[in-house]
Design a protein around this ligand. Structure first.
Ligand code: COA
Length: 159
């Protein structure tokens, strides 16, 4: 039973994140999508709201669960019995940050392996900040995020 975790801020989850999860479930038995309670980022959505949106997105996937964590990602992985950490690699610009984080995480826990997966090319320029900016100015985000996220963004920005 090979379980991996996919940590991130997910403020909000985009189709690019979903693409990564779909790739991960082809390779592993269970994927836990885990929302970081990240004090270094000012988020639009609360942790609870982000967990709710992700849970809705993966409602029909029996091998995907959603939770949140506070603290070190490797500690959370160990608590869950996960063997690895999934991260997305969209472009070369992601590489250095992901490489540093992977090596630091390996230093902290040698038995937890980081697996970098590439999303479909059409998602390489997506990130949550772009989506929040687009929604703030009432732009159409339907092409980039699941329906539940589009709805929540409309509620947040009252349109
Ligand atoms: N599709 C679309 N967007 C993607 C994406 C994809 N496939 N993959 C990443 N992104 C975007 C995210 O939306 C996010 O955008 P934003 O910055 O505009 O909000 C950005 O890329 C960063 O990705 P994210 O996965 O959310 O990473 P992060 O840097 O915010 O969080 C943690 C990284 C939380 C996993 C990491 O900081 C962590 O593990 N923290 C806990 C402490 C710890 O253990 N640190 C490591 C050792 S020191």
């Amino acid at each position: 039973m090979k379980k991996v975790i996919y940590p991130g801020t997910f403020d909000p989850v985009t189709n690019g994140h979903i693409d990564i999860v779909k790739r991960a479930i082809e390779l592993f038995d269970e994927v836990v999508v885990t929302v970081a309670k990240n004090p270094t980022k000012t988020c639009l959505f609360t942790v609870e709201e982000r967990v709710e949106m992700l849970s809705e997105c993966f409602r029909e996937f029996s091998n995907v669960t959603v939770d949140w964590f506070d603290g070190l990602v490797v500690e959370h992985a160990k608590q869950l019995g996960a063997i690895g950490i999934i991260r997305g690699l969209r472009a070369v610009s992601d590489f250095e940050y992901e490489f540093q984080m992977a090596l630091m995480n390996r230093n902290l826990a040698d038995d937890i392996t980081t697996i970098l997966l590439m999303p479909h090319a059409k998602y390489t320029y997506l990130n949550s900040t772009i989506i929040r900016n687009l929604a703030q100015f009432k732009g159409d985000v339907s092409e980039f995020v699941p329906q539940v996220v589009e709805q929540r963004l409309k509620e947040k920005f009252s349109y």
